[in-house]
Design a protein around this ligand. Structure first.
Ligand SMILES: Cc1cc2nc3c(=O)[nH]c(=O)nc-3n(C[C@H](O)[C@H](O)[C@H](O)COP(=O)(O)OP(=O)(O)OC[C@H]3O[C@@H](n4cnc5c(N)ncnc54)[C@H](O)[C@@H]3O)c2cc1C
Length: 502
């Protein structure tokens, strides 16, 4: 294999008939087989596989180092079908069972073809992470959580909550690198090391501005580094892995207004630049309105109490994957509150409380209802129904698992998710909603990462993966499926882009 950059140094040539930017001649500074734009999890996976397939590869990263949102993430990886961790813990899973869950949880309208491949390939994909040097402890965190405070290698992500426990055999699939807390840095650290070892060349501080098209084929990119223009020719393909567009208010307003006015779950750079530059050469987008949303309500407390809207009504079983109750809360009359009793607060370990402090405490539910400005009798009625269900051994409305159903008794407390976690002021910032999220829609791709044009044909030379593309998701989201499908389909995109004559 040739060294991409050294070879490139010698190359100064002209690409004629450029149609983008209305430029006729472009001086090329660097020539490689594959150019990857953006070094998050999808870019790293694409670059590694393209290189392993024999291509010379350069990754262009706007920041001063690799990582993107991926490095700041929790590192939860949604994997199953019988991984070594699942097997060691005695969980009986298979690809069909995983598919049955994900089809429902990422739906309605999850991408069936991508889902099928993802589930069929999940055990192998788990092994790919292990080969990168990522370790997973063979232990289970057995309670709802955004992020367990332990190093347990496996966690539930709603598989054992109704209705999913009836749609598929409940097994946990949230795989966690053995770091404790947020593990995205570890995933990226190992991926970067593997890319370096394989001979992938990374050029940081390099912002890609546009794609270059030659005779109907994406033949390279134009970039800027420290004020200088740099042009890269890709002999085989360009892979766009620039992340989503949650930081771009104009794009949110146009496509995903659900997130407008809320917080953003990103590294601050999800401006949709890759999506826009691909659209400029005729790429189609898909599912641009689909978003992940997180509400800063603590799953450990929510499942032990009641999540209620501003009318004092419950609207979901509180033991579901927290992103699902977040999504539901977003569309409820707000603000929503977590209502618990003293026992619930005592049961949760300090580390699991994430600095949560109740905003209101009251001896009776009627007092709490008044403090929260709810209609007279509303919260009291909800509590009475809840407690009746608990006494009868179940949740008549939403079928919360009996494990979490208990008669709630005063004194009561209400937690305001607008305050957020670990907030020493215990006050909501002006305008805070308690919601934050990122986008899941993007470039329309095949399962091999080919970017499709508006007429449905693959655009020659152009590939995409990660949040720059529309992945497996329909309307729903489960933690670990973003790093999961970003790397899984990033690998496929990298291999496709590396194919000679593709
Ligand atoms: C706090 C937090 C926790 C999360 N937890 C999880 C989790 O546990 N599990 C999970 O699956 N997901 C999680 N997510 C979501 C997940 O991290 C992202 O959706 C995912 O990492 C996106 O990967 P990506 O490769 O598409 O984009 P990124 O990782 O964002 O990488 C894109 C890269 O492209 C670069 N770039 C952008 N534009 C250009 C340009 N024009 N030129 C050059 N470079 C460019 C960016 O600088 C960036 O480095 C979390 C996110 C956050 C922020």
């Amino acid at each position: 294999m040739s060294d991409p950059v050294r070879e490139a140094e010698a190359a100064t040539e002209v690409i004629a008939d450029v149609v983008v930017d209305v430029v006729v001649d472009v001086v090329v500074d660097v020539v490689v087989d594959v150019v990857v734009v953006g070094f998050g999890c999808a870019g790293g996976a694409a670059a590694l596989e393209a290189r392993r397939a024999g291509a010379s590869v350069v990754v262009l990263e706007r920041a001063s180092g690799a990582g993107g949102s991926s490095a700041q993430s929790g590192g939860e990886l949604y994997l199953g079908g019988g991984t070594a961790v699942q097997q060691a813990l005695g969980f009986d899973d298979d690809a069909d069972n995983m598919l049955a869950f994900l089809r429902a949880a990422l739906g309605p309208h999850a991408d069936e073809e991508k889902l099928r491949l993802y589930c069929d390939g999940s055990v192998e994909h788990f092994a790919w992470f292990c080969d990168l040097g990522i370790e997973f402890e063979k232990s289970l965190y057995d309670a709802p959580s955004w992020m367990p405070p332990t190093t347990d290698g496996l966690m539930w992500l709603g598989e054992n909550a109704w209705p999913y426990d009836e749609l598929a055999r409940p097994v946990p699939r949230g795989h966690r690198p053995a770091t404790g807390g947020f593990g995205g840095w570890l995933v990226m650290d190992r991926l970067v090391a593997a890319c370096d070892a394989a001979g992938v060349v990374t050029e940081t501080d390099t912002r890609v501005l546009s794609l270059v098209v030659e005779s109907g084929r994406v033949a390279g990119v134009r970039a800027r580094r420290f004020g200088e223009d740099v042009t890269y020719r890709a002999r085989r393909g360009v892979v766009v892995t620039t992340g989503g567009f949650a930081d771009n208010a104009d794009l949110l307003a146009a496509h995903a207004p659900d997130l407008l006015g809320h917080g953003v779950v990103s590294d601050g750079g999800d401006d949709g630049s890759g999506i826009l530059m691909a659209q400029a050469v005729g790429a189609a987008v898909r599912r641009m309105s689909v978003v992940e949303v997180a509400y800063t309500a603590l799953p450990a407390l929510a499942c032990r109490g009641m999540l209620v809207n501003a009318r004092g009504e419950r609207f979901i079983n509180e033991d579901v994957y927290p992103g699902l109750f977040s999504h539901a809360a977003l569309h409820e009359p707000g603000p929503c509150w977590v209502v618990v009793d003293a026992q619930a607060l005592e049961e949760v370990d300090e580390a699991d409380l994430w600095g949560t402090v109740p905003s209101y405490a009251a001896e009776t539910i009627e007092e709490l209802e008044a403090d929260l400005g709810m209609p007279v009798g509303s919260l009291a009625r909800t509590l009475a129904g809840y407690n009746d269900g608990a006494l009868a051994g179940g949740d008549p409305l939403f079928r919360k698992n009996a494990r979490w159903m208990r008669v709630l008794e005063g004194p009561f407390a209400a937690i305001d998710p607008r305050i957020g976690f670990h907030n020493p002021t215990h006050r909501a910032a002006p305008g805070a909603t308690g919601f934050a999220g990122f986008t899941l829609g993007g470039l329309h791709t095949t399962v091999d990462g080919e970017v499709l044009s508006l007429d449905g044909a693959a655009i020659p030379g152009l590939y995409a993966a990660g949040r720059a593309s529309a992945g497996m998701h329909g309307h729903g989201y489960i933690s670990g499926t973003s790093l999961g499908d970003g790397t899984f389909f990033g690998r496929r995109a990298g291999r496709s882009a590396a194919r000679p004559g593709a």
